[in-house]
Design a protein around this ligand. Sequence first.
Ligand code: DHB
Ligand code: FE
Length: 279
Amino acid sequence: MAKIIGGLTTSHVPAIGGAIARGAQQEPYWKPFFDGFLPVRAWLDEVKPDIAVVFYNDHGLNFFLDKMPTFAVGAAPEYRNADEGWGIPTLPPFRGVPALSWHIINALVDKEFDITTCQEMLVDHAFTLPLKLFWPEGPCPVLTVPICINTVQFPLPSAKRCLALGKAVGEAIASWDSDKKVVVIGTGGLSHQLDGERAGFINKAFDLKFMDSLISEPEWAAQYSIHELVEKTGTQGVELLMWLATRAAVPGRVRKVHTNYHIPISNTAAGMMALAALD
Ligand code: DHB
Ligand code: FE
């Protein structure tokens, strides 16, 4: 059976793509952010996952406001990136693994999740940049399964529902008849708000408590409704739902490999966690 080796979570910000293209990783603004990934890359070199299952939220590249699935799972042989209008380079296509995609899709529908299945799917900065941060050299070495959770148009799925989705995805991976090693990735958050009266809003105390809770008490954030999470973390901070799904997909106890938290990258409190599965 396939083995889940752990979970990786990180913020995603389009400006990271510009910094990578310019080679700005050592500049004072960027260094504390990029340095956070170094110990994680060393761990990935050691554990060598074959596949990344990636929870992310599309921002209008593949799904627009006219058709907005709550949960969507990619089942394509490859996933192309395209211009989102941020002025950052488009990355080469990412390879899919349809056999695992369909296994996950079947398992989710069996467990009564109403998902959208995508045999074609463009992937935006929320998918591409984290993969580039974890595997900066050359083409992405892991096969991928994108799972998109709507955080851009209300109503959004609850934290409790995203935990349930993550758990079901984790169980599906663990029941896949394969010797592959799988890492689960979640991208988004932490606190940030890009628009409206609270533009620039950051909540460091909440972010740090949330990161702590993911290690031994992942249900902690589910005490809050979506509106409470938006109040505490900002309209886009609610992207932390991807972190919850990721943690729930990794069964049992985890060991903290490395974490980083840096304010700000663009308008965002940039967080990162690498958790190794213990069970
Ligand atoms: C920014 C953050 C995001 O999560 C995003 O999707 C786009 C922009 C920002 O801080 O600039
Ligand atoms: Fe975002």
